[in-house]
Structure formats: C-alpha cells, structure tokens
Design a protein around this ligand. Structure first.
Ligand code: C5J
Length: 225
C-alpha cells in the first residue's frame, strides 16, 4: 500500500508499515517559559504553532498503526554525557529552573509537553546530542522494525530536526519533513532550513505539510487500500 504525498521536490512515496513518525524534542524545556529555550533569550511561544498539526498527525499515525518515536534532548543527572564544549555554550544545562534542572533526564522540564504526551507503547528516545542517531539505539530499532522512511516533526527546525534528517539521510532513510509540524525561535532559520532539505533535487529529503499527509493517511489506511 504505497502512499504519495505532495511535497518538494516531488511526491513522497511511503508505506505506513515501513514508516515511522519521529517527534523531535517537544519538551517543556524548549516550549515553556523557564526552560532552556527561554534561558537563551528566545520567545518560546513561537514553537507552539507546531502543536495542533502534530496532534492531528499523531492521531492519524496511531490509527494507522505506524511506529511513533518521541525524542528528548537531555543529560544524565551527573552530566557525564554532556560534553564540556556543549556546556560552555549552553551554560544553563543542569541549572535549576521552575521546571527542575534544565535538560536533565527525570526533571519535569525535560519531559514532553502534555499536549503531545506519548501513548503507551510508543518509543521515547533520550539523546545527549542534537541528532537523534548520535549515541542512541535509534538506528538499531528502526532496522529491527523494517523502517525505511521517516516522517520528521518537532523542534527546532534548524537544529535537532535538521541534524536528525542529515543523519537519517546518510543512513539511507527517506525523510519527509512536515513544515507546519516543526518550529524555530527564528522564523527565517525555519524557512531556510526547510529549503535546504528539499533543494538540489531533495539533497536531504522531502518537505511537505500535515494537511497533504493527512489527506492520504486516514482515507487509504481505513480502506485497507
Ligand atoms: C536545540 C533542539 N535547539 N531540540 N535543541 O538546542 O533543537
């Protein structure tokens, strides 16, 4: 059952059985006041435009029985997995905040926002870096499940989403990035990051919208086509 989603630079073909939805770092520390994003001086409200479309995509992919993976950027409480070079430029990591220690696993702020809470059985992947493949078992899990394509969403577009798409592309996974399900503190970076993915014949992957994906997904899956 191959599905075709209108996208740039051309239609994205995928099969739900071999496709996973990746929801990257929709954590309180990036989306809510008092966390990492806010400590860096960003307007965290800019990321919330992705939440409602992502809720719809999550509902459809769950209905379709697709693999759903949520990632969380963060570190062990003793921060032994946080490179000094990262800490030096993100000096708030490990600091106390109203939501607990910033970007530390187990803290309230490190977890995913309530609106996008993982459903039972969905994979929640903790990662110490920007890329979802770096120092994680993501590739192993995808290969074990026979996943070939990824629908990529989350924040921020030009940092963790982009790094993950590049890593995935190098590993042979075909990525469709849903532009309305991603977000950035810098609208211009969001736009350019998406253009970079689809440029040059789709040098890193495809860029589409949740609306176009959802036009395909529920209808075709419900019909068992
Ligand atoms: C950042 C991320 N922006 N999840 N992390 O530092 O994109």
């Amino acid at each position: 059952m191959t599905m075709l989603v209108p996208a740039e630079p051309g239609p994205f073909a995928f099969e739900p059985d071999t496709t996973a939805l990746l929801v990257i770092d929709m954590q309180r520390d990036f989306l809510e006041p008092g966390g990492f994003g806010a400590a860096l001086g960003n307007d965290v409200s800019l990321l919330w435009s992705a939440v409602e479309p992502l809720q719809r995509v999550l509902a459809a992919t769950r209905d379709a029985g697709m693999t759903v993976i949520h990632t969380r950027e963060g570190h062990r409480p003793d921060m032994t997995d946080c490179p000094p070079a990262k800490l030096a430029r993100g000096g708030f990591i490990g600091s106390e905040s109203p939501n607990g220690r910033i970007l530390i696993r187990g803290e309230y702020g490190h977890d995913i926002v309530d609106a996008l809470a993982p459903a039972p059985g969905e994979i929640v992947l903790d990662k110490p870096g920007k890329g979802s493949f770096y120092a994680t078992d993501l590739e192993l899990m995808l290969r074990n499940r026979g996943v070939k394509s990824l629908i990529v969403t989350g924040v921020t577009t030009e940092v963790c989403v982009h790094t993950t798409v590049r890593e995935a592309n190098d590993r042979g996974f075909e990525c469709l990035v849903l532009e309305d399900c991603c977000g950035s503190y810098f609208p211009e970076f969001h736009a350019v990051a998406l253009r970079m993915i689809a440029a040059q014949g789709g040098i890193f992957g495809w860029v589409g919208t949740s609306v176009d994906l959802l036009e395909q997904l529920p209808v075709n899956v419900a019909a068992g086509a």
